[in-house]
Design a protein around this ligand. Structure first.
Ligand SMILES: [Zn+2]
Length: 106
């Protein structure tokens, strides 16, 4: 899975956390068959929940690419792609890493 955070490709220790872009921490988790780097388990949890939500709403089997813009406080505007399809959405997480707000963006 290809992941961009605020325009930079992320997901490895060198490049940064797959959700927030931070390079501190040391947490790896397999998401959609790819080993991704996260700064902490909370970012990993949020990322996983977000991918699940996209798949559930769109009926997709997998997400191949994610472009993420924003942060925890403002929420994030994202573009997800899979097999030539694309969906744009806004997501904000709650204190426990759950998807608190999710809406389609035109
Ligand atoms: Zn992070």
């Amino acid at each position: 899975m290809r992941v961009l955070v605020n325009g930079e490709e992320v997901g490895t220790k060198e490049r940064g956390c797959a959700l927030c872009g931070a390079t501190w921490g040391d947490y790896h988790e397999e998401v959609e068959g790819n080993e991704l780097f996260f700064c902490c388990d909370m970012c990993a949890k949020e990322f996983r929940n977000m991918v699940q939500e996209v798949k559930r709403r769109k009926g997709w089997e997998r997400v191949e690419e994610l472009e993420i813009r924003g942060n925890y406080y403002t929420g994030r505007t994202c573009v997800a792609r899979s097999r030539g399809r694309e969906t744009k959405f806004y997501v904000r997480f709650g204190d426990d890493g759950e998807v608190e707000t999710f809406r389609d963006v035109e």
